[in-house]
Design a protein around this ligand. Sequence first.
Ligand SMILES: NC(=O)c1ccc[n+]([C@@H]2O[C@H](COP(=O)([O-])OP(=O)(O)OC[C@H]3O[C@@H](n4cnc5c(N)ncnc54)[C@H](OP(=O)(O)O)[C@@H]3O)[C@@H](O)[C@H]2O)c1
Length: 244
Amino acid sequence: MSGKLDSKIALVTGGSKGIGLAIAEKLLAEGASVAICGRNGATLEAAAKALAKEHGDARVAAIRADVSKLDDVRALIAGVKERFGGLDILVNNAGVGVFKSVGELQPGEWHSMLDTNLSGMYYCCHEALPLLKESKSAYIFNIGSLAGRYASAGGGGYNATKFGVVGFSEALMLDHRQDGVRVTCVMPGSVDTGFGHPDTSKANAHPWKIQPEDIADTVLHLLLLPGRTLVSKVEIRPSQPPKK
Ligand SMILES: NC(=O)c1ccc[n+]([C@@H]2O[C@H](COP(=O)([O-])OP(=O)(O)OC[C@H]3O[C@@H](n4cnc5c(N)ncnc54)[C@H](OP(=O)(O)O)[C@@H]3O)[C@@H](O)[C@H]2O)c1
């Protein structure tokens, strides 16, 4: 079977669960080779095993890495190069959210969000750009959020990072589009994952929510647009959220 992304090489950060896993699955289904990373080794290995069962060992790599740590990110990018020989698609998806009022939010929780959602994104872009510039079809997806446009009570730390992701993504696009690197900031509303609820995998589950596969479909659509066209920002909403 020939796929639309045959011979492409992708890295999905936070690819062991939720939206990242759905994106990894979609890219593999279209023929790409895909590396995923995460902090929890057991979760990462389980995800890689499931992906390899469906798509074969040769196109799946699992590299344990915490994107908030520069040394981990350097080893991650080196690992992708060693395993697959290059990089065409970087999906900066790894993210954490702690939802508390500013008065309740602890400094460690604030830093966990900034270090992963913002610094981690910068580290991955900075370290991957030399490889991406060698690609003939380089693409960076930064997974932002509608929380990067609308603030909410209890979202102070998370909002700060996702507003930052929007600005960072736009500057990144302006800096590197002439290098042949397309950049899209993908901004979902509520997606049906366990995000923000580490104890249960489907703690946020509601039928009206966006499914992770819907975000993966969006990423694929954008990848398949002609190279001359760059969609820099996409807002994705549940079509029928509960009425307020
Ligand atoms: N779910 C939503 O409603 C929603 C809406 C808008 C935007 N988003 C954004 O979408 C992205 C993915 O969210 P999700 O809902 O799929 O969450 P999720 O199910 O909790 O998955 C998060 C993934 O990121 C990994 N991760 C977290 N911190 C990491 C770090 N420091 N280094 C490497 N990997 C890390 C996690 O693995 P480990 O824990 O093992 O590291 C996991 O694989 C996030 O950026 C989030 O802000 C989510």
